[in-house]
Design a protein around this ligand. Structure first.
Ligand SMILES: NC(=O)c1ccc[n+]([C@@H]2O[C@H](COP(=O)([O-])OP(=O)(O)OC[C@H]3O[C@@H](n4cnc5c(N)ncnc54)[C@H](OP(=O)(O)O)[C@@H]3O)[C@@H](O)[C@H]2O)c1
Length: 287
């Protein structure tokens, strides 16, 4: 109850500045407005005047070409720029942010908190978030990591911001962000690949293209919704569809869960390790 009251107060009163007004910023802003954040309290800075005009028209938020002017007295500053421009965007803001000490939220993939801390040059309260593209339609999955400077109220606020576009959950160990990237950051692509393959095979089995894609899409949606409703016990759901000697059993015999598990283990480990490597390389390039 106390958390709910605090969340409501934070939602209506908080001034938020986005540095970078691209895809992820747009999806987050859309979600924030849907859940009651005030457009008058949201400001976006981006070098692209057309992009700013688009955001102004779409959301009625304030926009600004100058990052320094945009951070003003914001209580939250979200860095929604590409990782490779993060340092150059952050450094000139160091003094202003150090004076005002807002909550810093970074959605930049693979940029460790220690680098952000170093570029800002003061002991900032930093939340790192790893959202994914379904955030664009309010069905995202984001993992959040807070450094020790982040207060409880700031945690509530950061969580409310990402819950506005889907699931938001906390992880305590920053090094797990690379595993999060491998699972949910890159995850939509794995499901898209399976859907692409199923659609192509459905066509080979004689279904018209339109029917193939609609049946696959609705099946994916239905399966995901059932998994959510049964609180994730998907093994039980799979067994319920699989009658001994039936059609599903014939397919699953070919799919062979041990082999498939091996492939996913390799794939997700490769994604996780690539994330670690990119973070390390990034650290060398931007010291
Ligand atoms: N998209 C995803 O699925 C996803 C998922 C998880 C995390 N992320 C992370 O989210 C961040 C943003 O991704 P995105 O897909 O939204 O990228 P995006 O669409 O390219 O948006 C980034 C925006 O920042 C602007 N920008 C560049 N330099 C700037 C500066 N110095 N100050 C202010 N704005 C600046 C860019 O303008 P110009 O185009 O003119 O350079 C662009 O409009 C990335 O770090 C990415 O790793 C994305």
């Amino acid at each position: 109850m106390l958390v709910r009251t605090l969340e409501n107060a934070l939602v209506t009163d908080t001034h938020i500045t986005f540095i970078g007004g691209g895809h992820m910023a747009g999806s987050l802003i859309g979600g924030l407005l849907r859940t009651g954040f005030d457009a008058k309290h949201i400001r976006v800075a981006d070098p692209d005047a057309k992009q700013l005009e688009h955001l102004r028209q779409r959301f009625q938020v304030k926009t600004c070409a100058d990052n320094l002017e945009a951070v003003g007295s914001a209580q939250v500053v979200v860095f929604a720029v590409k990782p490779q421009v993060f340092r150059d965007a952050a450094r000139p803001l160091s003094t202003a942010l150090g004076e005002n000490q807002p909550l810093i939220i970074s959605i930049a993939a693979g940029v460790p908190e220690k680098h952000i801390h170093r570029w800002l040059g003061y002991p900032a309260a930093i939340v790192r978030a790893m959202p994914n593209t379904p955030a664009l339609i309010g069905a995202g999955a984001a993992a959040l990591y807070a450094n020790p400077k982040v207060s409880n109220a700031q945690r509530v606020l950061a969580e409310a911001m990402f819950k506005a576009v889907g699931l938001a959950l906390w992880i305590d160990d920053e090094s797990l962000m690379n595993a999060v990237t491998a699972v949910s950051g890159s995850g939509p692509a794995y499901f898209f690949l399976v859907m692409e393959i199923m659609e192509a095979v459905a066509r080979e089995l004689g279904l018209p293209a339109d029917a193939a894609s609609k049946l696959v899409q609705q099946t994916a949606l239905g399966a995901a919704r059932m998994a959510l409703e049964c609180r994730g016990n998907v093994a039980i759901l799979r067994k319920q569809v699989t009658s001994p000697g039936g059609t599903t059993a014939a397919a699953l015999k070919i799919l062979d869960s041990d082999k498939l598990r091996g492939i996913f283990l390799q794939a997700l480990t490769a994604a996780r390790d690539r994330g670690v490597q990119l973070s390390d390389d990034f650290g060398k390039e931007t010291s």
